[in-house]
Design a protein around this ligand. Structure first.
Ligand code: C5P
Length: 416
């Protein structure tokens, strides 16, 4: 029966924990792959004492993950979330008493347990442990708890155990697990394939929020931007499958899911972060309200209140978007924002040309329900060919969706 199993296109996360039965994870991976499944292996650190990541990585044709926080700092620490969404099924085989306990109580101290908490798909737990550990009331309670929270549990098999004891505690054979995997997958809708997401495979860079320019250690020049528009764009682009980096000035917002966040304070720091990533990005949305001027000579100690008037010497900050526009890849899409109070369209069109952009999004901070701090926005989109479109006032999340719709319709597959 198993020879004819077809799991093509199904995405399976296999969690392997520190039991002697971990060696059986190797044939399980092999059979899942043979049946056409995509397999991502996660191991607990203890599992690596029983079977090497090299073995399981070679069989699964991918990197085996163990730590939540990647050693390489460039890697994304939100991978557990992405994987949890990607999986059609999460199998834990073998599942030790320790991992069963952690799963039952919501621990997330490894890539495996954190991904299990993030997963939206069914979970199939295949316990493997010594007879008395399996029988123990604590383990049995934990297995009951797993079923109560909706996990599938395959009872351990009866037979000889590594300790020499005979009893229940053996991991079910890979063929049996595979049979159960096929049954569970047959009842589960596939997750949306990356190909169905229009921004899958694309890098999107978004900036958001204000910058803070230090006058002295206790004072800054800043503006009322809350970052809402940029955060909404980052979240909307990630939901369409993009790999999103959000370079953000200080805001009170929580980071959107599945987005790599780079926090900066000054225009200079934002410039460095953006220029370092700008050429790789297929789409850039520069929604940050970057200060145009910064104190030329910030004081390292708090300035004393002495004179009636205080004159600050300011110097211009780098124009981040203009620099990107000057060195742009021809196939990149660059989108700027313009906050204008007078002659809005004329000024914005000038910025569109000057900064060499594909689009500029114009809004007026003095208009009610638009601009800084408002949950809604009313914008006009301008394009270099002269086209313009007024969008009605709507929540910033909807403005983000509308903007992505327009940009994706006009530019197919930059960077490919
Ligand atoms: O400030 P200005 O109206 O020129 O801003 C237009 C666009 O340029 C915005 O997208 C803003 O984020 C960007 N900008 C920038 N660097 C600056 C000032 C603005 O990238 N120093």
């Amino acid at each position: 029966m198993l020879a004819s199993l077809d799991l093509s296109g199904r995405c399976v996360v296999l969690g392997v924990t520190g039991s002697i039965a971990a060696y059986k994870a190797a044939p399980l991976v092999r059979q899942l792959k043979k049946a056409g499944a995509e397999v991502q292996v996660l191991m607990t650190p203890d599992a690596e004492r029983f079977v090497t990541p090299l073995t399981l990585g070679t069989l699964s044709e991918g990197e085996v993950l163990t730590e939540i926080f990647p050693e390489n700092e460039e890697g994304s620490w939100t991978k557990h979330v992405t994987l949890g969404q990607w999986a059609d099924l999460f199998v834990v085989a073998p599942a030790t008493a320790q991992t069963v306990a952690k799963l039952a109580h919501g621990f997330c101290d490894s890539m495996l347990t954190a991904t299990a908490l993030s997963a939206r798909c069914p979970l199939l737990v295949c316990p493997a442990m010594d007879r008395d550990m399996y029988r123990h009331a604590a383990t049995q309670d934990n297995l009951d708890r797993l079923q109560e929270i909706g996990y599938e549990v395959m009872p351990a098999a009866h037979g000889e155990l590594a300790s020499g004891l005979v009893g229940q505690g053996r991991m079910p054979e890979p063929e049996e697990i595979l049979g159960r995997v096929a049954e569970v997958l047959a009842e589960t809708e596939p997750t949306e394939a990356p190909g169905d997401l229009p921004l899958a495979g694309h890098d999107v860079l978004v900036t958001a929020g204000p910058t803070r320019e230090p006058i002295d250690p206790a004072r800054v020049l800043t503006n009322p931007s809350t970052g809402t528009m940029g955060y909404a764009l980052a979240e909307a682009a990630a939901a369409r499958g993009a790999s999103v980096t959000l370079v953000t000035g200080p805001t009170a917002l929580s980071p959107p899911p599945d987005v790599e966040v780079v926090s900066v304070r000054t225009a200079e720091e934002m410039n460095e972060a953006v220029q370092a990533r700008g050429t790789d990005a297929d789409y850039v949305f520069m929604a940050a309200a970057v200060a145009d001027y910064t104190p030329a000579d910030p004081s390292t100690s708090k300035r004393k209140k002495r004179d009636e008037d205080l004159v600050l010497h300011l110097r211009q900050t780098p124009d981040i978007l203009k620099t990107l526009g000057a060195h742009r890849r021809p196939d990149q899409v660059l989108v700027g924002f313009a906050l204008e109070t007078d002659d809005a369209l004329e000024n914005a069109r000038h910025k569109l040309d000057e900064k060499n952009l594909d689009w500029i999004v114009v809004n007026d901070p003095t208009e009610e329900g638009a601009g800084f701090g408002s949950s809604t926005n009313r914008v006009t989109l301008l394009h270099p060919d002269g086209a313009s479109e007024d969008l009605p006032r709507m929540p910033k999340a909807e403005v983000a969706e509308a903007l992505l719709d327009r940009v994706l319709t006009a530019h197919h597959d930059p960077g490919t």
